[in-house]
Design a protein around this ligand. Structure first.
Ligand SMILES: O=C(O)CCC(=O)C(=O)O
Ligand SMILES: [Fe+2]
Length: 406
């Protein structure tokens, strides 16, 4: 067909299962940092490695493989492509991109093909954010969870994305290159190999996240020099679920110090979670750890509510007035703009899918914590078993014995 040669592209419905979409959404909401464009947040695989969360690469592996095979098959370049970039990207209110091709900068010339997988739904999880091709058919794509659009990165596929009006639009975006020197796998394997010298155990303690610099989690990024306005995105992710952080060990005398110093000190501490007037006794090693566990429980909420697992004690105590006061002071530092945090991460305003507060009872939450440990250990085990093969082949792929499909 003449049209498809002029504008080589492919749209696939339901390429990813909804379960796979949900798992990637969980990883993004647990690990993302502020992104490269305005009102955009991103999670790259190298960032996962840098924050001792490399086990989260595992769920990407079969998906990347399937996407590469599909691109190679459709565009007739079997065994020729390398993945150049893999990332989870979310766009919040105000984010958009005008007409462009994906290779339109000198430093992007290596990009030959793009694959964008939609992980949530237009009109439900976000408003706006339609994708348009400048020429040819289809001209507009309505992002729906599981669907993928693949296209050449050159000027045959000029495209744009409408401004996001509400909610958070999440994608898994990959670029492919024919140029082996831009192979993401080689870089990732080298980072993974450096890191696995330090940890080869498969207990969850060796998989506890280590946060990157506080600046990478501060929104808007322009305010990250002194943290005077905006919010910490990890704190915001918990806040929209109705959860507060409680830093029990922090010295209250610190509150006399300036805000940026106080914030840096606070975020070094271990912490507990509070909701309403209740405090969960259980401690998290750092804020990233708390976000990962909470997002995991949120992702698995319906399963956890019906779990048979019996938990002996919930270890919940009432919050004292002075503890509540302390939480309020800490929120003033971490969430200078709670309204903006809600606008960005709280789901579509007034919509059915408005991110409801964390409606898990503490029993289900405790069940979630044990499930989280098992989940992380399983990923870590698979990672460590795969790594020697990945190193030998200088390629990240799914080993046959883990081939359970996506
Ligand atoms: O998210 C999309 O639909 C496309 C994004 C895009 O065009 C880009 O990142 O270059
Ligand atoms: Fe693009």
């Amino acid at each position: 067909m003449e049209g498809s040669q002029q504008h080589p592209r492919l749209i696939l419905r339901n390429f990813l299962s909804l379960d796979a979409c949900k798992e990637l959404e969980f990883i993004h909401k647990s690990c993302c940092t502020v992104g490269y464009r305005q009102n955009v947040f991103s999670t790259t695989l190298s960032h996962l490695i840098a924050t001792n969360s490399s086990h989260f690469i595992v769920p990407f592996v079969p998906i990347r493989e399937r996407l590469k095979e599909k691109v190679e098959e459709h565009f007739g370049c079997e065994y020729e492509l390398f993945v150049e970039f893999t990332g989870l990207i979310s766009w919040c209110r105000g984010a958009s991109i005008g007409w462009h091709s994906d290779d339109n900068r000198d430093y992007l010339k290596q990009r030959d093909f793009a694959a964008v997988c939609y992980l949530n739904n237009y009109g439900v999880d976000f408003e706006g954010g339609l994708f348009h091709f400048h020429d040819g058919e289809p001209s507009t794509i309505v992002p729906m969870a599981g669907d993928v659009v693949m296209y050449t990165a050159d000027s045959k596929n000029i495209h744009s994305v409408d401004e996001i009006m509400d909610g958070e639009r999440i994608t898994l975006t990959l670029w492919f290159s024919r140029d082996a020197s831009h192979d993401e796998d080689a870089k990732l394997i080298s980072l993974l190999s450096d890191q696995s010298l330090h940890s080869s155990k498969t207990d969850f303690a060796s998989c506890l996240p280590v946060a990157a610099s506080n600046k990478m989690y501060w929104f808007p990024p322009e305010e990250a020099s002194d943290f005077q306005s905006g919010y910490d995105i990890r704190c915001a992710r918990l806040h929209v679920l109705g959860l507060d952080l409680y830093f029990s060990d922090e010295e209250s005398s610190l509150s006399a110090l300036d805000s940026s110093h106080y914030l840096a000190e606070l975020l070094k501490e271990s912490l507990q979670l509070a909701r309403g007037d209740e405090l969960l006794v259980w401690k998290f090693v750092n804020i990233l750890h708390a976000v990962q566990v909470v997002q995991f429980c949120h992702w698995n909420a319906s399963e956890l509510k019906s779990t048979e697992l019996k938990v002996s004690s919930t270890d919940v105590i009432p919050l004292s007035k002075s503890q509540q006061l302390k939480i309020n002071c800490q929120n003033v530092v971490l969430l200078k703009d709670p309204q903006l945090a809600k606008t960005f991460f709280g789901g579509v305003t007034g919509g059915n899918n408005m991110q409801r507060s964390f409606d898990l009872d503490w029993f289900s939450f405790s069940a979630g914590v044990s499930k989280w440990d098992a989940y992380i250990c399983k990923l870590q085990k698979e990672m460590l078993m795969s790594l020697p093969c990945w190193r030998r082949h200088q390629s990240i792929f799914q080993l046959d014995n883990f081939n359970q499909g996506v």
